[in-house]
Design a protein around this ligand. Sequence first.
Ligand code: SF4
Length: 431
Amino acid sequence: MIKYFHAHRVIREKCMGHMTCMRRCPAEAIRVIRGKAVIADELCVDCGTCISVCPSKAVVAISDIFEGLKKYKYKVAIPSPVLYSQFEPSIHPYIIHMALKQLGFDKVVDIFFASDTLSVVIEKYMDDFKGRLPRISSHCPATVRLIQVKYPDLVELVVTLDAPREITAREIKENLPIELGMDPDDIAVVYISPCPAKIVSIKQPAEKARSWFDGTVSMNDVYSLLFPHVIGIKETFDISMVPDDFYFSADFTTFAGKNWSSRIGNRLVVTGVDHVMKIFDDIENSRLRNVNFVEALTCMQGCVGGPFAPENPYIARSNSYKQKSLYENIADLDERKIIDQYKNGYYNLENPVLPRPTKYFDGDLVTSIKRMKEKNKVYQKLPQIDCGCCGAPTCIAFAEDFVRGETELMNCIFLSQKVNLNNWADRENNQ
Ligand code: SF4
């Protein structure tokens, strides 16, 4: 079984066994064992719901800390565009670049250009595509993992194009060492992430051997360090400080699909994991008609709702709209060059997205069928009320755990009571 990396963990001492995370986890990856939440590695899709809902704040991020970057001679920050939306619109995006440099980065590069480029690519991809519809964007890594774990039939629908952040990092890794005359190993390209899913997509990509990034930090960690610098710079900032080639665009991660595929007809943007699952259920059951392209983001309101983004997503969204009207400029895209690169496979994912093997379905077909039958048999014995007292989110999940050998039937309080009553009745009869 593959060892899966995750960018969050449960602090056992803080966990009060509330079960909120267990009940809300869309992948049913959490069990509460002896009063503490435990995350099943191979089922977790890194959507970060557990981080957002834990009343004790017991689920926390694991991200590269700045210490790890000290060994590099030159550091490039690539912030998720969500970072801008965390600040009020009177703060010019370039102030945030200046503040990142004060934190120790030598260069700051946006993903806007790659994002706008990929909207041209995706339009071409959709024009040329002749297979099964709708296609599902590969942008949100939590969505991709959700498909791998819970909707294996849908993996073939995932668009086989890479994400803007990876395209941006690749261009830096290929060009900057030549430009600076430096050893590529001395240059670190670091992503500032609003979510655990993107951190995981860098540490352990689903569709390639290795990400183009050298490290990643959670936006929460950066924000608290960045804030005093931003406020300090704002006091003396003058618009003439902004270089002529500074480019700011409204990115689709903050607008949930604004730029990306904006020229594609019949597209659907859905945010929030429950809504995403509803759409995927509809696709699986052939109930979604006349939709060619689905942008599915597991966070409510899109990436501005990412669990590592400190600002309220509604405020962040509103900030984004204002920043767009104040600072956006139009990219000068060479569409012919982009299409040529696309035809040469430059934007393609390295490997296809495949279903993720889980412990439950990891055996051969005969074993899987046997387990399925056993699961159904156990499920029939259960009260089927999903009370959660056994530490599993549903009776079905409990039956699956039993088949995996990870729980005992007596952990269902209803079964254990029945057995105790039977034992008691037997004793009474024997007296
Ligand atoms: S919607 Fe955005 S922030 Fe949320 S999990 Fe997906 S990529 Fe991460």
